[in-house]
Design a protein around this ligand. Structure first.
Ligand SMILES: NC(=O)c1ccc[n+]([C@@H]2O[C@H](COP(=O)([O-])OP(=O)(O)OC[C@H]3O[C@@H](n4cnc5c(N)ncnc54)[C@H](O)[C@@H]3O)[C@@H](O)[C@H]2O)c1
Length: 290
């Protein structure tokens, strides 16, 4: 396929659901050959299959990539299958609990350290030797919460703040090898995490999240994927060490400004990607991956 990512090979972690699914499909449309990576329970093969059916190129990889051997295997698979690696997207992450810190479960904190922090470290380290060869780039999932914090899930904001600082340091040290490193920092996105029915937020949290967002709605996974595609492409050849906020303005807002938005302006755009697993994300702690 022709496109901004033609001839590129990309690994997308957490590629089976939510924002990751949209990134995989967007990248494939832009011509990349994609390794859709996720936990064994994730619909990664379904996403890869859907891409192939649309004429794109994709394979799936299953494994917990916060563990060093799995991170290495994932990179090896990309190189074995497609001969190179140009783009690493560290999108995998978890959001397992909300509560005031005095009641915050230790296991939820440790689960985030593993899946939000260790996963980024392990995959980036495993991918760098290949990215040196291609002068590729890494984009990690940050968050507006990583900049301004998030009440009732304070450790989550901390793990995303790690990703911001980690990627900025990496941008400086890896520039000499021709590797760019950036973060995409979403605001409230329409995935399992931000719906009270499928995630750990209660009704009040869900409501105040939208009220605090100037655009007055959640973003779609595709709206986030569009920014990943730009940053991953050669169009962003002078962008490194950047935090790109895709947040509906929530980071700069004060008060319930989202309430000012009325009617059709609150409607999410239809987009062009057929994403099917936005509400399939697992927000509970999975025993087998603790
Ligand atoms: N949804 C939001 O509002 C929002 C806001 C800010 C940032 N983000 C970030 O965007 C990313 C995607 O979030 P989402 O809402 O699409 O969630 P999601 O749960 O739909 O997707 C995350 C995926 O990562 C996978 N995963 C987690 N740890 C893994 C590991 N160790 N190995 C393999 N796979 C693993 C999960 O199984 C899941 O499929 C996350 O990093 C999140 O922090 C999301």
């Amino acid at each position: 396929m022709e496109g901004r990512l033609a001839n590129k090979v990309a690994i997308v972690t957490g590629g089976g659901t939510g924002i990751g699914e949209a990134i995989c499909k967007k990248f494939a449309r832009e011509g990349a050959r994609v390794v859709v990576c996720g936990f064994p329970e994730d619909p990664v093969e379904e996403v890869a299959k859907a891409i192939r059916e649309e004429g794109g190129t994709a394979i799936s990889f299953t494994g917990d990539i916060s563990l060093e051997p799995n991170a290495k295997r994932c990179v090896e698979l990309a190189v074995k299958q497609y001969g190179q690696l140009d783009i690493l997207i560290n999108n995998a992450g978890v959001f397992p609990a909300t509560s005031l810190l005095q009641d915050y479960p230790t296991e939820a904190f440790e689960y985030m350290l593993k899946n939000n922090v260790a996963s980024t470290f392990m995959m980036s380290r495993a991918a760098l030797p290949e990215l040196h060869k291609t002068h590729g780039n890494i984009i990690s999932a940050g968050s507006e919460a990583g900049l301004i914090g998030i009440a009732q899930n304070t450790p989550y904001g901390g793990t995303k703040g790690f990703n911001h600082a980690f990627m900025r340091g990496l941008a400086v040290e890896q520039a000499q090898f021709g590797v760019r490193c950036n973060c995409v920092c979403p605001g409230p996105i329409d995935t399992a995490w931000t719906h009270k029915e499928t995630g750990p937020m209660d009704k009040e949290m869900e409501q105040s999240m939208i009220q605090a967002t100037p655009l007055g709605r959640r973003g779609t996974p595709e709206e986030v994927a569009n920014v990943y595609a730009f940053l991953a492409s050669d169009e962003a050849s002078y962008v490194t060490g950047a935090l790109y906020f895709v947040d509906g303005g929530v980071t700069v807002a004060k008060g319930p400004v989202g309430d000012k938005v009325k009617g059709s302006l609150k409607k999410e755009p239809n987009g062009t990607l057929k994403t099917e697993h936005s509400l399939d994300g697992h927000t509970q702690i999975r025993e087998e991956h603790q």
